[in-house]
Design a protein around this ligand. Structure first.
Ligand code: NCD
Length: 307
């Protein structure tokens, strides 16, 4: 069903298609040999115009585990973008070399544009502060895997909700599940953009609340999604320094949280989760990173049509 399709934002796939993808990812987790050679002879181009560790490595690990091969660049300085080549030209060329393109770009909308010029399917690995759909697949799979369901949960987001693309993508994706409640915790200056609160959540009839106080909402949460303050998207360093340590999750703050709450973070973590929290059984962020590889294996094999 997903064969040949691009993934620019989570809404490109229906909830049912996502369920199938998660079933496949869970099967791969349980039977790591399943689909092992399915992508032999297929080529993935990873074009990273912006830094990445997890997303790029997990895509490469996923493709290599499926028996396929990878090419690309991790540093735009080494690509012809520095010579002034347009994104459309780079993409048209890469689509001639590879069977699938994974791209991260600092400009919002870059992935949509790429998908229009590309003959090969394009997977958005992050476009500026806009979307990060494969992180959302990772987050949804982790929630489903560790909480048994997605519908009906209360999910808290904390940190930089203004610039955090993982938050934008996940909040939008969650709005499609029945009975979901969303709580947004951030400093006033880093609130979720109104195009999401008013434009998407309110229109979809999603119950949501905004606050500056994490302690107040902690006891009500099933999932706590922590995020880093997105330094690279600030216009001046002083604002970043003032806001960067607004929330630091530590053992003490977790005392009022439920025992079955899970703590997620797309990573990289800077200061927002104290290292002492890592030993708490509710800390799920490293498991989450691993599920990201399984879901990308499921995604690549589905889009490449080998399953
Ligand atoms: C996120 C991103 O790039 O948006 N990282 C990731 O892909 N796991 C989150 C972040 O950089 O804060």
């Amino acid at each position: 069903m997903l064969a040949g399709r691009s993934l620019v934002e989570p809404g490109n796939f229906s909830v049912e298609e996502l369920e199938e993808l998660f079933n496949l990812a869970e099967r791969i987790e349980k039977e790591p040999w399943y689909l092992r050679e399915s992508c032999r002879g297929k080529l993935m181009a990873a074009l990273f115009f912006e830094p990445s560790t997890r997303t790029r490595l997990s895509f490469e690990a996923a493709m290599l585990r499926l028996g396929g091969s990878c090419l690309g660049f991790a540093d735009p300085g080494s690509s012809s973008a520095t010579k002034g080549e347009s994104l459309a030209d780079t993409i048209r060329m890469a689509a001639g070399y590879a069977d699938i393109i994974v791209m991260r770009n600092p400009k919002e909308g870059a992935a949509l544009l790429a998908s229009r010029y590309s003959e090969a399917p394009v997977i958005n690995a992050g476009d500026g502060g806009h979307h990060h759909p494969t992180q959302t697949l990772t987050d949804l799979l982790t929630i489903r895997r560790l909480r048994g369901k997605i519908a009906g949960l209360t999910v808290g987001f904390c940190g930089d909700l203004k610039f955090g693309r993982t938050v934008h993508s996940l909040a939008k994706a969650l709005s499609r599940y029945a009975g979901i409640r969303l709580v947004f915790v951030s400093p006033g200056e880093l609130r979720l953009p109104t195009y999401i609160t008013q434009g998407i959540l309110a229109k979809a009839g999603v119950e949501y609340a905004e606050t500056e106080r994490l302690e107040e909402v902690m006891p009500h949460l099933d999932v706590l999604y922590m995020t880093r303050v997105q330094r690279e998207r600030f216009f001046n360093e002083e604002d970043y320094i003032r806001l960067k340590d607004s929330y630091i999750l530590n053992r003490e703050k977790l005392e009022s949280a439920r025992q079955d709450m899970i703590i997620l973070h797309p990573l990289p973590r800077v200061n927002e989760i104290a290292v002492e929290v890592d030993a708490d059984p509710r800390a799920a962020y490293f498991r989450q990173a691993k599920y990201g590889m399984y879901v990308r294996m499921a995604l690549l094999s589905s889009i490449l049509g080998v399953i």
